[in-house]
Write a new protein. Structure first.
Length: 71
């Protein structure tokens, strides 16, 4: 088992991060892409208009590297 992190991502000034379901689906595609590349695990997640919560388990690649790529 690796290390678990609760990552929260949001825009500045409380702006919407996603403008609709298509953008949320694209964000999930991006997460899948980097999940395959960096071999981390995603557990529960919640993607809302203004922010997202991700429960991520990492083993080798640092969290900041993963999140920089996703964002």
């Amino acid at each position: 088992m690796g290390t678990l992190y609760h990552a929260i991502v949001r825009e500045n000034n409380r702006k919407n991060m996603f403008e609709g379901e298509n953008e949320k689906e694209e964000y999930l595609r991006i997460i899948k892409k980097y999940k395959a590349r960096y071999e981390f695990k995603i557990y529960p997640y919640c993607i809302m208009d203004k922010h997202a919560h991700l429960l991520i388990e990492i083993e080798k690649i640092p969290l900041n590297k993963i999140m920089q790529e996703i964002q």
